[in-house]
Design a protein around this ligand. Structure first.
Ligand SMILES: [Zn+2]
Length: 383
């Protein structure tokens, strides 16, 4: 089959086009059409494919094989049909911005740190770039600043297929897995890279580049970035979050970090005081517990589970069974301790009599209990 003419190579901004269906095939349940020419960019080079319409049919997925571009549609097309194609251009343009942003970022990383791009994924949800050099926070910040300088520089972006004589004389970045004719994308003064995808025509159209996440990955760096309107939307959302947080602390946004740090200190000192008071309370409870051959039950609306366990350890030396319940009627977290009765068998009895779910060892069981306090007391009084 003849290779499909790639209309997006010459004009990335082409949103509508006329074409002829040159072949159709049945791929299981799917309708697949091949056109003589197309503006639909396929799933290629790490970028997700365009969506849109062909005649009255929705284009669901587009892929390429041996230079032929296949369109999966939700309705059949017939060989010989003249069709009008429409690309969902908002989504496509955002990908053009993000993709060109990725070139600027990687070209800048190459210039600053000698980093090569060893992975790339661009979809509606995110843009991910893997570099083979590890960049710490400081270097990522420098990279982001210099890449945004290049965005504001409004450099021209052009693409062409160099011939066999020209190609060897050019020093360009290349991605793994590129097959067939090499198409070069040049960003004047910033980058030269082999790439098959549509790009914007000047760097200013990228708007801005924001690195959202940066992690160590296979000895290099994995970056997640947002560009253009996605970066603006992220800024709006995060600004809104910071503003409402600052309002809830009654401080200015720029004083938020200090306010959170103060709160953490207050919380840690309050927790320390609470633990100390709880420890004293448990010691008093233990002192007040009279020795018995039966069971003793403790109820707390709210208490630290570790502190309750300490109390039960002490109480188990005075009684046959010591039980602690934290919570309210119908919703308790319980722990039972005993050095005299094997609790694993006992837990079956508790589970069925008191609507409990739990288990553990012969010395200690714990779980959830949906009984009421008087039912629990009645049960343990019988021991
Ligand atoms: Zn590209």
């Amino acid at each position: 089959m003849d290779k499909t003419v790639r209309l997006f190579d010459a004009d990335a901004y082409l949103a509508e086009f006329e074409a002829t269906v040159v072949d159709t095939l049945c791929d299981g349940e799917k309708y697949v059409a091949v056109l003589d020419r197309t503006a639909f960019f396929p799933d290629e080079g790490g970028q997700s494919p365009d969506t849109g319409t062909l005649g009255g049919a929705r284009v669901l997925y587009v892929y390429e094989k041996d230079g032929v571009i296949y369109h999966e549609t939700d309705a059949p097309l017939s060989k010989g049909d003249a069709v009008h194609g429409t690309i969902d251009f908002d989504g496509r343009y955002r990908k053009m911005q993000s993709h060109t942003g990725e070139h600027v970022l990687c070209g800048t990383a190459h210039r600053l740190f000698g980093a090569e791009n060893v992975g790339f994924h661009l979809s509606e949800e995110y843009v991910r770039v893997d570099l083979d050099v590890y960049l710490d926070r400081e270097r990522v910040a420098l990279l982001e600043r210099e890449a945004n300088d290049a965005v504001r520089g409004n450099h021209a972006v052009t693409a062409w297929y160099p011939d066999k004589e020209e190609l060897p004389s050019l020093d360009y970045r290349s991605k793994d897995g590129i097959e067939g004719d090499v198409r070069l994308v040049k960003i004047e003064g910033v980058d030269l890279c082999a790439c098959c995808a549509p790009h914007v025509s000047t760097t200013a159209e990228i708007g801005m580049i924001k690195v959202v996440d940066s992690i160590k990955y296979k000895g290099g760096t994995r970056l997640e970035i947002v560009c253009g309107p996605d970066a603006v939307r992220l800024f709006e959302e995060e600004h809104e979050t910071l503003s409402s947080l600052a309002a809830s602390f009654s401080v200015k946004r720029e004083d938020l970090a200090a306010a959170v740090s103060r709160l953490r200190e207050e919380l840690s000192s309050a927790t320390y005081r609470l633990r100390a008071a709880e420890k004293k309370l448990m010691e008093r409870e233990l002192e007040d517990t009279a020795p018995t051959d039966g069971a003793v039950c403790f109820f707390f609306e709210d208490a630290d589970a570790d502190a309750v366990r300490q109390l039960l350890n002490g109480a188990a030396k005075k009684c046959a069974v010591a039980a602690g319940f934290i919570g309210r009627d119908g919703d308790y977290f319980f722990t039972v301790r005993s050095d005299r009765i094997p609790l694993r068998d006992f837990s079956k009895k508790i589970n069925s009599s008191l609507s409990c779910r739990g288990g553990g060892s012969d010395a200690m069981i714990s779980g959830k209990c949906s009984a009421r306090r008087f039912e629990i007391e009645e049960f343990f009084n019988k021991i």
